[in-house]
Design a protein around this ligand. Structure first.
Ligand SMILES: [Zn+2]
Ligand SMILES: [Zn+2]
Length: 477
């Protein structure tokens, strides 16, 4: 499905009210709104999803691996190691099991709070690590409670199964649970309910939404766990207990940050399939001319729908930006000529000819001037500088007109050695001054078929290319 107004762009949103599909650039995206709005009727749009448009998670593994090395993340890891060290010392000095357990719980809950923040942030399409403060404001305590409840439910189910079916139940049960773990954690993080995280129907729908790539997700998650187990066994074996404590928790946090950034990105990639909303502004590309592209796309929508006032408003918005003033005003002039609105055309034209760098776009300025005069014969640019630029261009034009007279040579003169050059000059005139690329192309094709070789050849071919691309541009707008 492609955009109704930009037939070469993939449609991203759909308006039920208007029954129209829009591309990313031609809808209204406002911050803090659940979905973009339809330009035409202002209702919220429905997303077609991004799973086939963003880089799939299996091509982003190196980014997940680098995630813990971002400044925010390794600062967290260092702080976490510090806390683990202190808590390790405390547990050595206070030999009361209850207090030791509470301290351990505190340590876990800090880690859990952080990795779940990583997941929910990545689920919004943002792969920059959260700071420690950001993670603390996240409700880490309740997340810890939910993770504990989740573990209790899973272990409880295991016990019940063991008592009913005997020891043969344990291995398959562990296999199923470990296969379902990525789905359970994604559901828990996104929906924040243990009941949905352990609901077999919800887990199955999550796996189904992701499809075959879920196997990859499970595989990567499994590999990370294996790496973690290896790291833990090595640390336990080689290091004294006091030092091992911070190291163990740092390794745990490190591997879980990698894992949860991947889970979060999966939730982002499949958010529509999984049934989650998403901040649509994260989908906009932040490149330099992105804003221009978006505004021009909106203009296209309004013009094609015949809503010229709205189109003008957007164009004047675009003209505010110095980089786009020329383009926006030129469009405004043409738009008003098409609408047969002299006041609007002249207002835009006067703004256009105030451009201090008009001489650098002399040919375009003359072309536009001719169009305006054909529509409104009394039009004259207000400032002297603009008139000088136009006069200069017209002199150039008159010279070319002389050339044109020369090119209308009678048939018997066709063998003239200068003929190819005259034809080339004529074609150039048609294209650059008369703005008639079709005529220029006709001339060039005739020239290149009758006189394919000679000094004029390269120049003629170049000009033909320019004319062709201009025609393509015209037909696509
Ligand atoms: Zn579009
Ligand atoms: Zn609509």
């Amino acid at each position: 499905m492609n955009c109704k107004y930009h037939t070469h762009e993939k449609a991203q949103w759909y308006c039920h009210q208007c029954d129209i599909s829009f591309c990313l650039n031609c809808c209204d995206i406002n911050q803090r709104e659940i979905a973009p709005r339809c330009l035409l009727c202002r209702t919220h749009l429905e997303s077609y999803g991004v799973s086939d448009k963003v880089t799939p998670f299996w091509n982003k593994l190196s980014e997940f691996n680098k995630y813990p090395w971002q400044e925010n993340a390794y600062k967290f890891l260092l702080t976490y190691m510090g806390i683990a060290f202190v808590i390790g010392l405390l547990t050595d000095f206070i030999p009361i099991t209850m207090i030791q357990l509470l301290l351990l719980l505190a340590l876990y809950s800090i880690g859990i709070g952080y990795v779940f923040t990583v997941l929910t942030k990545a689920a919004r399409g943002k792969l920059d690590a959260p700071s420690y403060d950001e993670a603390l404001t996240f409700n880490s305590d309740s997340m810890t409670g939910k993770v504990i409840v989740l573990y209790c439910v899973l272990i409880g189910n295991g016990f019940i199964g063991y008592h009913i079916f005997g020891s043969g139940f344990i291995l398959p049960y562990i296999a199923v649970v470990s296969f379902a773990t990525p789905a359970m954690l994604i559901v828990l993080a996104m929906e924040k309910h243990v009941t949905s995280a352990v609901n077999p129907a919800r887990i199955a729908s999550c796996v189904k939404a992701i499809g075959w790539p879920y196997l990859l997700l499970f595989g990567f998650s499994f590999l990370i766990d294996t790496g973690l187990e290896f790291a833990q066994s090595q640390l336990h074996f080689w290091l004294p207990q006091a030092v091992a404590y911070p190291m163990l928790f740092a390794a745990l946090a490190y591997f879980y940050i990698v894992k949860f950034s991947m889970f979060g990105y999966v939730a982002f990639q499949y958010h529509v399939e999984l049934g989650y909303g998403i901040d649509s502004e994260n989908l906009i590309d932040g490149s330099d001319n992105a804003l221009e592209k978006r505004l021009l796309a909106k203009v296209d929508v309004f013009i094609q729908e015949g809503r010229f006032e709205d189109a003008e408003e957007v164009l004047y918005d675009l003209a505010q930006d110095k980089k786009h003033t020329v383009k926006a005003l030129e469009r405004l002039v043409r738009l008003n000529i098409v609408r047969k609105n002299p006041t609007g055309a002249i207002k835009a034209a006067n703004n256009y000819y105030q451009n201090p760098k008009l001489s650098s776009i002399g040919i375009e300025a003359l072309r536009l001037y001719q169009e305006i005069v054909a529509f409104e014969p009394h039009f004259k640019p207000m400032n002297a500088k603009a008139r000088a630029v136009l006069l200069n261009q017209m002199k150039h034009k008159r010279y070319l007109e002389d050339v044109k007279k020369l090119t209308s040579v009678p048939e018997k003169m066709q063998s003239d050695v200068n003929l190819p050059w005259l034809m080339l000059a004529h074609a150039r005139f048609e294209s650059e001054v008369m703005n008639d690329d079709a005529n220029a192309l006709k001339m060039l094709n005739k020239l290149l078929s009758k006189h394919p070789r000679g000094g004029h050849q390269t120049e003629a071919q170049q000009l033909r290319q320019v004319c062709q691309s201009m025609q393509q541009k015209l037909s696509s707008t």
